[in-house]
Design a protein around this ligand. Structure first.
Ligand code: SER
Length: 598
């Protein structure tokens, strides 16, 4: 059974249960300032989990490409990857625990044929006002009994740190309006011996890797309220996520996911390229494979290496992979990655040249940077080239300066033969991380807390702006991207010239007129063909959608009709006013506008 077979089985299992398949969203989320990448299948569905109506109904299924930057440092073990594919099914206020858990067991044991005696379960142990999840325990006990398995010793309670799921983590970290809920995870027992370095006794969440979590059913029924308590959502949802790479590892009974049929060809290519063996260099090879896979997918999604946001993460991945590879010749590895994913992700082939050239240029820049940094140290310490071939002691301050200005990690700095006081460096690093973390938290809380107000205003303003730009520049213009934060909105569109001041003023005037007219905003769910006939604008993924949700601004003869999930303000005067503050050329025949709302 291949990874592709698992995807097909899963989708058809849930289609049989009346689920509609929804598209795999972009790896770089739109209109979500809270995060750089799509890191779970539920992320594009947040408005619907919070209560918006989904055009495809209450039962959804898909496979979503995900990237988790927080896992970068864990790469190198047997089960973590930064890029992975998540099988997801959702109930938006429809079925709940008593359907989800038996279906999951049926899929794992019948469709995938996993041995029943190797499956173990965790459930939520309660947190403050939220009770422990005895209901799921009862359902699991019934399931096991019906399948002639003794439930004793199979089901374990864990606290909110393991069995509560929200994008922010445990309930105390959830910002206002963030949805979350208790989860029940299934673990697969690879029956490998316990490694006591990870604790005296093995248990399901033990890091020795004997048990691996293969899927997670989240009962998303709460949201964080302004008084910091958890309040029930208007509807109870199911948010299921199953890691495809780990499910394949269970199917193939390979405790090391890098040895499954999915990763094996890539590891083989790395062995050939490096003339080393995986058995003795597993950690490096896992990092190389994982980081180049993520890099290829990011580039295919339009990310290019830079010093900020997504581009910075991509840069870090490429550099770390190349450090571990010890070479910039990555083409056979890239070919094996594309070969492995071609069936499920043709976008890699379609963007092959772009991926290859972007990697090539970045690796060239990196090589040059290493030379420049060495020269910088040489001039500061007045050392000769010969001396630099050995080792040279520099101050932790200089090492830190290299880190902050050039983005070289301490390991990379050391690999240049530059020595420094590592403890002093670590202290500076900690200080720096605390500052960045405070900024990141502010950003996260700001974006989501604002979900109910500023972001929603920005969202409606984007629709007005989209239509107004078409009024001024013509109907060939369409949105190619957007991003909304508390401070401003950003809007990208296909136009290869600079807008004149007069054009910008006209766009802004139209938007503000529509705001003053106090037009009502409402949505309708309708067949895709009807929406198209109405002239509604937006990206239609025809492969999956038969019904779409269209937001109208204005009644009778609406000013704007746009395909969108929502939410929006109810009347345009809520936006007060919109001011365009900047325009930019972002290349590929596209322009970007920034605007403030309110
Ligand atoms: N959102 C949950 C997860 O990411 C389940 O889909 O694990």
């Amino acid at each position: 059974m291949t990874a592709k077979n698992i995807v097909d089985l899963y989708i058809s299992f849930f289609k049989d249960k009346k689920h509609k398949q929804i598209p795999n969203a972009s790896l770089v989320p739109e209109n979500d300032p809270t995060t750089l990448f799509t890191s779970s299948g539920m992320q594009p569905l947040v408005p619907y989990l919070l209560g918006e109506e989904h055009p495809q109904g209450k039962r959804l299924v898909n496979v979503q490409n995900c990237f988790r930057a927080q896992d970068i440092d864990e790469i190198g073990d047997n089960r973590h990857t930064t890029f992975f594919r998540m099988l997801g099914n959702w109930s938006l206020g429809g079925y709940f625990k008593k359907e989800q858990l038996p279906w999951m067991y049926e899929f794992l044991t019948k469709d995938l044929g996993l041995p029943k005696e190797k499956l173990y379960i965790t459930v939520f142990d309660g947190y403050k006002e939220i009770q422990k999840d005895n209901e799921s325990v009862k359902i699991w006990e019934e399931i096991f009994k019906e399948n002639n398995i003794d439930p004793k010793g199979r089901i374990f309670y864990y606290g909110a740190d393991k069995n509560w799921w929200s994008r922010a983590g445990t309930p105390d970290k959830m910002p206002v309006n963030e949805p979350g809920g208790p989860s029940s995870e299934v673990f697969f027992d690879f029956q490998t011996p316990h490694d006591t370095r990870f604790g005296k006794k093995c248990h399901l969440n033990c890091d020795c890797g004997r048990y691996i979590e293969i899927c997670n059913s989240v009962f998303m029924e709460y949201k964080k309220s302004t008084d910091d308590s958890l309040k029930p959502l208007s509807k109870k949802n199911v948010d299921f996520g199953g890691g495809l790479e780990r499910l394949l590892a269970a199917v193939e009974n390979k405790q090391d996911i890098f040895q499954t049929s999915l990763f094996n060809p890539i590891i083989k290519a790395i062995e050939i390229q490096t003339a080393k063996k995986y058995t003795t260099h597993a950690k490096e090879m896992r990092i190389i494979a994982d980081h180049f896979i993520s890099a290829a997918f990011m580039i295919a999604n339009g990310v290019t290496p830079s010093n900020k946001e997504q581009g910075y993460i991509l840069r870090r991945l490429i550099r770390r992979a190349s450090d571990n590879l010890g070479s910039d010749n990555i083409y056979s590895i890239l070919d094996s990655i594309i070969g492995t994913y071609k069936e499920t992700d043709p976008q890699l082939i379609e963007n092959y040249e772009f991926i290859k050239n972007t990697l090539y240029e970045e690796l060239q820049k990196y090589t040059k940077l290493l030379i420049d940094v060495t020269q910088f140290i040489k001039s500061r310490y007045k050392k000769t080239g010969d001396e630099l071939k050995g080792q040279i002691e520099i101050s932790a301050r200089d090492a830190f300066e290299i880190y902050t200005t050039h983005g070289l990690s301490p390991t990379q700095i050391k690999s240049l033969g530059l020595l420094f006081n590592e403890q002093e460096f670590a202290e500076k690093m900690k200080e720096h991380q605390n500052i960045s973390r405070a900024g990141a938290n502010k950003k996260f809380a700001g974006g989501l807390a604002d979900h109910s107000e500023k972001t929603i205003m920005g969202h409606t303003a984007t629709h007005l702006l989209h239509q107004a730009i078409r009024d001024v520049l013509g109907s060939k213009i369409h949105q190619t991207g957007s991003n909304i934060t508390t401070e401003r909105l950003r809007f990208d569109f296909n136009y290869d010239k600079k807008l004149t001041d007069e054009q910008l003023r006209r766009v802004e005037d139209i938007v503000n007129e529509k705001i003053k007219e106090n037009l009502p905003v409402h949505f309708e769910i309708m067949p895709l063909t009807e929406a198209k006939n109405l002239g509604a604008i937006g990206l239609f993924d025809e492969k999956y959608q038969d019904n779409v949700k269209v937001y109208f601004i204005g009644n009778k003869k609406p000013y704007s009709a746009e395909f969108c999930g929502g939410p929006h303000v109810d009347f345009t005067t809520k936006l007060k006013q919109v001011r365009i503050i900047k325009q930019e050329n972002i290349g590929h025949g596209q322009r970007r506008l920034y605007a403030m709302v309110g």
